[in-house]
Design a protein around this ligand. Sequence first.
Ligand SMILES: NC(=O)c1ccc[n+]([C@@H]2O[C@H](COP(=O)([O-])OP(=O)(O)OC[C@H]3O[C@@H](n4cnc5c(N)ncnc54)[C@H](O)[C@@H]3O)[C@@H](O)[C@H]2O)c1
Length: 480
Amino acid sequence: MVKICCIGAGYVGGPTMAVIALKCPTIEVAVVDISVPKILAWNSDQLPIYEPGLDEVVKQCRGKNLFFSTDVERHVSEADIIFVSVNTPTKTRGLGAGKAADLTYWESAARMIADVSKTDKIVVEKSTVPVKTAEAIEKILTHNSKGIKYQILSNPEFLAEGTAIKDLFNPDRVLIGGRETPDGLKAIQALKSVYAQWVPEERILTTNLWSAELSKLAANAFLAQRISSINAMSALCEATGADVSQVSHAVGKDTRIGPKFLNASVGFGGSCFQKDILNLIYICECNGLNEVAGYWKQVIKVNDYQKNRFVNRVVSSMFNTVSGKKIAILGFAFKKDTGDTRETPAIDVCKGLLGDKAKLSVYDPQVTEDQIQRDLSMNKFDWDHPIHLQPVSPTAAKEVSFAWDPYEATKDAHGVCILTEWDEFKTLDFQRIFKQMQKPAFVFDGRNVVDVQKLREIGFIVYSIGKPLDPWLKDMPVMA
Ligand SMILES: NC(=O)c1ccc[n+]([C@@H]2O[C@H](COP(=O)([O-])OP(=O)(O)OC[C@H]3O[C@@H](n4cnc5c(N)ncnc54)[C@H](O)[C@@H]3O)[C@@H](O)[C@H]2O)c1
């Protein structure tokens, strides 16, 4: 029986391996992690991540051919194929701080593989890594090899959180990069035969190592660029009276452009987009490609601008101050159908409002109070370091409260900010919310989920990103 081991039981390692186990009953899959609580959770009824459809997949194979374990060394030494899906955050200090990928976790995984291996291995980069990481990993492995042969493959993951299981069942493509040597091609075939159990052959692309590594960074940069493009348009729509939803619909009808990823919002978030673009920028700069680096930098700048613009709209509409005012924050996750808050725009918006001394009441159906407190008291880029648990700042704690439902969050509030597009926000009883709020009552829709006209009829002053401005807002220009 072929044995697979995946190092890292996170948002990628857990779902990806669960789907491989489900689709390949003759393969034994072990997912290992240094985090004991995470592995305990994977072995319980309360999985450590929320992802639609994941529970069912895990329940079907756990204990049969899918195992979650902290015995990293045993499973690594027994495996034929080792996936490495550890975190690769942005470096917080030293050379390349704030831009380059931190490969500490990756390197320690590679050294551990070299230490415990007794048979030949295929080592698969699942984490998103800088171009040429495979070369570095190969060096670590071969210099410590004790005669064991390693083949390194790059197999970046393209799943999106919130639709991970759907994406894994039916991927647009699976990308496998490897060395163009006989042993390299053999390793590519071995991994290809795993995916071929459920992915049509024509969707399994094989390339050289560097193309595979770069394609992942490029794909995330292109996706984020579309969001920044429509967000840049949203600012112009507000200035001119155009409606961004109409513009994106019209633009997206062009088959050369397509309709996806053209929703204006308070900004993109998630663990990958910003980190991967920063990494791309760093690689460009290291190669002397400053113009190219500058081009991609702008995608992040527009994203930061959009978050700032949103905060400024809130503050300027409410008579230029939110000091002491209760603002309800509906949604904290970086998008719907996930509990993940890494780099969520809600962090910057909340910090911006707290900076103006607002009192926040936060409701999110999938994010815990502890998580929100941690996020609001953490420095940028610190979130992705697993051993890093920051103390909650006492000042942040006092100004932020947590609500169990949207009605509690909005009670006596002066304003409501919608920061995640959870479906349940579309069907809220806004009449009831209006009645219990301070007047004038404001709604700031950072995801364009509410029916603006209906809310205005109820009596709300509504700001919806990229939509024609409420007369109230027209008289209160925003300084961005
Ligand atoms: N989250 C996504 O949507 C997504 C999508 C595609 C690619 N990626 C990439 O995949 C990689 C993993 O992302 P994630 O979101 O799953 O991260 P994550 O933080 O959810 O999971 C990483 C796990 O690796 C574990 N780990 C770290 N070092 C280890 C070691 N030496 N031995 C054993 N376990 C170790 C951590 O404890 C953690 O549980 C990153 O490079 C990311 O960029 C993420």
